[in-house]
Design a protein around this ligand. Structure first.
Ligand code: COI
Length: 354
């Protein structure tokens, strides 16, 4: 076959690092596999797809990503079943979302054929790093950065699309309690809140560090205008169970269209659980907490999977949630992971075999 600028080049590692990794003691996002994938956008097209040993990049200090934050990313996971087959979960939804994020930041879309070829080849090369022990998965981080060396404030003409892989266990190591945001905001109408733009995350670090000092691991962001509506947690979408109904904020240009979020909504419908996608007020959740109808709060995201939230604070109200014995959080986690690990039937066509 003639090599074209679209032929995937694979450069093999000399020695795998795998034996130096303790797979039973992984800190989220700290360990990376042997390989990484990259593809460059130059002269108006994606070119030079390459898989090579994981390692540092050489990027010009004037690259626009460093100055104007033209950077978007995704979070995905691969799962290994008992027969050692590897499955992705709704991968084309991630591609669609990274392309929506890119479009909002004036960045080029990445093509489906290159994405699937790069991702599946990479996962096959690093297959031994994916473990099928309970709770283990491969966290996949695709991202795009503006590499053009130029510091005038306008969209770059050169980009790098990359995929790196990090073996994962749980995201939150301990209990999670949240603060309802009152002062800081994550997103505004017409902004980039729906996008997985790197800057959305940077903007949360300072207010979240203040929350940490008070003993809260996350902030539930409220709408920027009134701070009266509960929206999302930044690393997760948020669900409330009031009596037996499941409540979550509707998708908008301020809220990430979470793939775990929409899977849970579908699983709830499959299980005849009433789901309300509607604006949720701080007031109604505080009232439900006071009158005993607030049964659960949990976060949902690729990294966090489904994370129960054990308490919240808003102004002078602190509320602890008594974990329900038959919680929706554990029901959905069980149903979702059974599909992801190829244990349950995949009635919605969510699994993708590599
Ligand atoms: C994910 O769930 O994959 C996310 O993107 C959250 C992240 C910031 C760890």
């Amino acid at each position: 076959m003639t090599k074209t600028k679209h032929t995937l080049t694979v450069k093999k590692v000399e020695n795998s690092k795998i034996n130096s990794v303790d797979f039973n003691n992984l800190t989220f996002g700290k360990t990376f596999t042997d390989y990484m994938y990259s593809c460059d956008f130059v002269d108006g097209e994606w070119t030079n797809p390459t898989i090579e040993p994981y390692g540092p990049l050489q990027i010009d200090p004037s690259a626009r990503v460093f100055h104007y934050g033209q950077a978007v990313f995704e979070g995905m996971k691969a799962f290994k079943d008992a027969s050692n087959d590897v499955w992705l979960f709704r991968p084309l939804d991630n591609l669609e979302r990274i392309n929506k994020s890119s479009a909002r930041l004036a960045m080029p879309k990445f093509p489906k054929d290159l994405f699937l070829e790069g991702l599946t080849t990479l996962l096959n090369l690093d297959k031994d790093w994916i473990k099928n022990t309970p709770g283990s998965s491969m966290y996949i981080r695709p991202f795009v950065i503006a590499t053009e060396p130029a510091i005038s404030a306008s969209p770059a003409s050169e980009y790098k699309f990359m995929i790196i892989l990090s073996p994962a266990q749980s995201y939150y190591a301990g209990e999670v309690r949240v603060l309802f945001a009152e002062e800081y905001s994550r997103a505004a109408n017409g902004g980039v809140g729906f996008a997985k733009a790197a800057g959305n995350y940077a903007a949360q670090f300072y207010p979240t560090s203040l929350a940490h000092k008070e003993g809260y691991q996350q902030i539930i962001w409220t709408d920027a205008n009134s701070h009266e509506y509960l929206e999302e947690a930044g690393t997760m979408n948020i669900f409330f169970r009031v009596n037996d109904s499941l409540l979550t904020a509707p998708i908008s240009d301020r809220i990430l269209d979470g793939i775990t979020r929409k899977s849970i909504i579908q699983l709830a419908k499959d299980n005849n659980i009433n789901v309300e996608e509607r604006p949720i007020t701080v007031k109604e959740i505080k009232e439900a907490a006071t009158n005993g109808t607030l049964k659960e709060i949990f976060g949902a995201g690729t990294a966090a999977v489904i994370t129960p939230i054990l308490g919240f604070k808003h102004r002078d109200m602190k509320h602890e949630i008594i974990p329900a014995s038959e919680s929706y959080a554990s029901l959905f986690k069980e149903k979702l992971t059974a599909i992801q690990y190829n244990v349950a039937e995949d009635t919605h066509g969510w699994r993708y075999k590599i």
